[in-house]
Write a protein that binds this ligand. Structure first.
Ligand SMILES: [Zn+2]
Length: 114
């Protein structure tokens, strides 16, 4: 909180997706600042998280890009602070957090496949 009582802006979004699926199982969300999956322990986003995010954001690929880019920023910050000398490179983290997603472009004629 600031002296005026306003919350300090976060660097990026709060990692609250993907939702638990099925609902009674632990969600595949990141454990910060390590960015390991809370459900399966793998590097986040794990395969299950990627699958669920792809489904959740199937109709909003730009929203998925914004969400993942924000978390990439957050993860870069956390992981660099944890291991400033030989942690993952920005390129490694970009591939892990952002570039895997099935972003699609509508081509002429409406073909949405890559
Ligand atoms: Zn997982």
């Amino acid at each position: 909180m600031t002296r005026d009582g306003w919350p300090v802006p976060r660097l990026g979004p709060y990692p609250d997706r993907p939702r638990a699926c099925p609902a009674d199982r632990p969600p595949h969300l990141p454990l910060r600042p390590l960015w390991l999956c809370r459900a399966c322990g793998g590097p986040w986003p794990c395969a299950e998280a990627r699958l669920l995010l792809t489904i959740e954001y199937a109709e909003q690929p730009v929203n998925l890009a914004v969400y993942l880019s924000g978390l990439y920023h957050e993860a870069s910050h956390d992981l660099f602070r944890l291991n400033p000398h030989d942690g993952p490179t920005p390129r490694d983290l970009f591939d892990r957090f952002v570039s895997w997603a099935p972003y699609r472009r509508s081509g002429p004629g409406g073909d949405r496949r890559r």
